[in-house]
Design a protein around this ligand. Sequence first.
Ligand SMILES: Nc1ncnc2c1ncn2[C@@H]1O[C@H](COP(=O)(O)OP(=O)(O)O)[C@@H](O)[C@H]1O
Ligand SMILES: [Mg+2]
Length: 236
Amino acid sequence: MNYAIEVQNAWKIYRQRLLEVQALRGLSLKAKPGEMIAITGPSGSGKSTLLHLLGALDTPSKGSVKILGQDISKMSDNQLATFRRQQLGFVFQFFNLLPTLTAQENAALPLLLDGVPRSTALQNADRLLQRVGLGDRLQHRPDELSGGQQQRVALARALVAEPKLLLADEPTGNLDSKASETVLNLLEELRQETQITMILVTHDDRVAARAKRNLHLIDGQIAEDRRRPKNNGDSP
Ligand SMILES: Nc1ncnc2c1ncn2[C@@H]1O[C@H](COP(=O)(O)OP(=O)(O)O)[C@@H](O)[C@H]1O
Ligand SMILES: [Mg+2]
C-alpha cells in the first residue's frame, strides 16, 4: 500500500531558552490516497504543529514523516519549497490572498511562481474559478469579494497546480454558516473529482462530521482515531 501520509513516532519539541514544549509526542498516522481526515482537539494540543509537518513546512524533532512517499527530513529547504509548490495545496483561516492581485492572478500564483507561462497559468486559474462558482469574478480584487468568495479563490489557488494533498487549517473559521456550507460542499466535491487527500483542522464538530475519519488530538498525541460508518453530510 502506498500511503499518502505516513507518520511514524513523530515528536516535535520547541526549545526556548529555559523551556521546552513537547508539541507532538510520538504521534503515528497513516492516510490513504483520497481520504478526508478532520483533526480536532483543544487549543494547544498540536493540531497546527501536525499540519505544518504534513505540509512539509517543518520537520519533526524525532521520528519520520513521509508525504506522498517522500521523507521530508531528508529534503533540503529548496527541495521542500518545490515539493510544497508542486504537490501540496494550502487553505488558511484568513484566506491569505494578495490584496493587489485579481482573483484570477491570485488563483494562478502557484503556477506563475513555478515558471508556467502567464497565459497558461491564467487559463488554469480561470477554469478553477469557474469550478468554484466565481467565473464572473475573475478581475475582482480580494477587497471586492465577500469572505466566502475569497475563500473560494483561495481554494482555486490551492488546487490550480493539481496537488495530491490539500491541507486546510480552520478553512471555515472565518465564514458564516452559509459560506461555510458552500466551501465544505466544494471541498467534498473536489475530493471526489480529483481523488486528492484532504486534511482539515477544525474546532467545529459540525465541520469534522463532514469527514469520514476524525482524529482527536490531546497533548500532542492521537487520543481517538474514529471512522464514521456513513458520510452523507448530515450531523451524526
Ligand atoms: N514556534 C513555537 N515555539 C514554541 N512553542 C510553540 C511553537 N508553536 C507551537 N508551540 C506550542 O506547542 C503546543 C502546540 O501548539 P499548536 O500546534 O499551535 O496547537 P493547536 O494548533 O492545537 O492549538 C502549544 O503548547 C504551543 O504553545
Ligand atoms: Mg492551531
